[in-house]
Design a protein around this ligand. Structure first.
Ligand code: BG6
Length: 485
């Protein structure tokens, strides 16, 4: 069903995120009937483009988008119908106030307005102020904020305050694109639509949990942004902690926006603080060195373009988190993420405890685990032991129960941004971060980053599974990282 007719204004609308993700996702929403015929998409930038030029640029971006190509052939008529919704308006953020009236005169007085800020966060407050001052914010306006939302608790708060002066909290949509991934939402379905998991979803049955988001790419051309960020701020503070929340949260009383977010924030608040020496002992950071990966020579992080020589920025983090509540006390949650790793995948592993008493000879410990693969393929595997066929002595062999989403469902899995943009247009914030959630995540992350001050990340070979410290971190309790079989 189509969302109500809306004016969607994308600040930074000609930039990288808009071209690579937002416009292709909006095209697919439109193709699949998700946009009202009257909905318009207005790119606001300093580029001074005419509508026609912007439409050409957008059409090329849509046609070259991997997400669009995966979703089938691009029908020229559908593409033309989509580009006819597109407009460009030149707005000088922080500059000439007259440019805001050009935007104002484009907006329809009686439609909801969505302002999507695909620009660096230091501009968020300024844009919101200017929108407010120009009288463009109506009661049914919304603002969408891209990550990174600040670089620590203080800056995140400052941004939230500034935005909050113009938009009420229910109008603010903070994006974490991981929450838009099909498999991530499926975690909620898996946990709360099935009976058999809930009774064993606690410290009595679960030995530990691993959450991995590994990429084979390096930072590419993003070193300018990444140097001030690092893997902790870029991936852990948001994506990995959000996954942890969905795994660890209590069942909400309803699938209501506040009920779900109330339970998630409780998990963040229950994270055992890691500070000082404790942070050092429970984390490992790495930085990729130069070497060979994927059959080619690749530069080390400090040689990536756009940087200025040596840097203590981490491109890899592993950490051991604990949740201080009845359900999870004593269960380690191991999180890790890195660039230039051996394989590109994201997964969650719930490792169950050993059987209390092994009766079969040679029985392997730790036989049961649930492996939820978020990408590249979407699968859920439940690892079990079964009897190896044969009339001889009874022997056990691992035998997974396998669910592949691609094989089970004929429907296409939409891209994360499609889902999230449709939610914004429908005014549904369930899959967006509330202010208290975001701030709770920073509150936990800040002392860890502070404890790293003055330390160097450990180098690791590109195409590897990360620095030795990460293996030591999990290995000292006799556990190992789950690597693809
Ligand atoms: C982004 C980070 O938020 O997520 C990037 O800024 C990272 O550094 C990306 O590459 C990973 O997203 P995905 O969907 O490819 O796992």
């Amino acid at each position: 069903t189509a969302s109500p007719p809306t004016d969607l204004v994308v600040f930074g609308g000609t930039g990288d995120l808009s071209m690579r993700k937002l416009l292709p996702a909006l095209f697919l929403c439109d193709r699949d009937g998700g946009l009202d015929p009257r909905t318009r998409i207005i790119a606001a930038s300093r580029d001074g483009l005419a509508d026609a030029d912007f439409r050409d640029k957008a059409a090329a971006a849509v046609q070259n988008s991997p997400a669009v190509l995966r979703a089938g052939d691009v029908d020229p008529l559908t593409l033309r119908r989509f580009t006819a919704r597109l407009h460009h308006v030149t707005v000088d953020v922080g500059g000439d106030p007259d440019s805001w009236s050009a935007l104002g005169s484009l907006l329809s007085p009686d439609r909801p307005r969505v302002f999507y800020l695909a620009l660096p966060p230091m501009l968020f407050g300024r844009i919101c102020r200017d929108l407010g001052a120009a009288g463009l914010v109506t009661d049914d306006s919304r603002v969408v904020l891209e990550k990174p939302l600040g670089r620590d608790l203080a800056s995140a708060r400052a941004i939230n305050e500034e935005v909050g002066e113009v938009f009420a909290e229910h109008q603010v949509f903070r994006i974490d694109h991981y929450l838009g991934k099909e498999t991530v939402q499926n975690l909620l379905a898996l946990r709360f639509a099935n009976m058999f998991l809930e009774p064993i979803w606690n410290s009595r049955w679960v030995d530990h949990v691993q959450i991995t988001a590994a990429e084979t790419v390096g930072v590419g051309t993003r070193r300018g942004y990444y140097d001030g960020s690092g893997a902790m701020r870029d991936m852990v503070q948001n994506h990995l902690l959000q996954l942890l929340c969905l795994i660890a949260m209590e069942p909400p009383a309803s699938f209501d926006r506040e009920a779900v977010r109330d339970e998630k924030v409780k998990v963040l608040q229950a994270l055992r603080p890691l500070a000082g020496a404790d942070a050092g002992a429970h984390t490992a950071r790495g930085q990729y060195a130069a070497g060979r990966a994927g059959g080619q020579d690749v530069p080390g992080y400090t040689d990536e373009p756009g940087g200025a020589g040596p840097s203590a920025t981490e491109t890899f983090v592993a950490l051991e988190a604990g949740i201080a509540n009845w359900r999870w006390s004593g269960v380690p949650f191991y999180l890790r993420t890195g660039k230039r790793m051996a394989r590109h995948y994201s997964e969650i592993v719930v490792q169950f405890r050993d059987v209390p008493h092994a009766i079969f000879p040679g029985q392997a410990a730790s036989a049961n685990r649930l492996v939820i693969r978020l990408q590249p393929e979407e699968t859920i595997h439940l690892h079990m032991l079964a009897k190896e066929p044969g009339a001889g002595a009874l022997r056990l062999r691992p035998a997974p129960l396998e669910l592949s989403f691609a094989d089970t469902f004929a429907e296409r899995s939409p891209d994360a941004y499609e889902r999230l943009l449709m939610d914004v247009l429908a005014g549904n914030p369930t899959l967006f971060m509330r202010r208290d959630e975001l701030e709770a995540a920073w509150r936990w992350v800040d002392p860890i980053i502070a404890a790293w001050d003055g330390t160097e990340p450990e180098p690791y070979a590109p195409g590897s599974t990360g620095p030795a410290g990460a293996h030591h971190l999990i290995g000292r309790s006799g556990r190992t990282w789950h690597e693809e079989e």
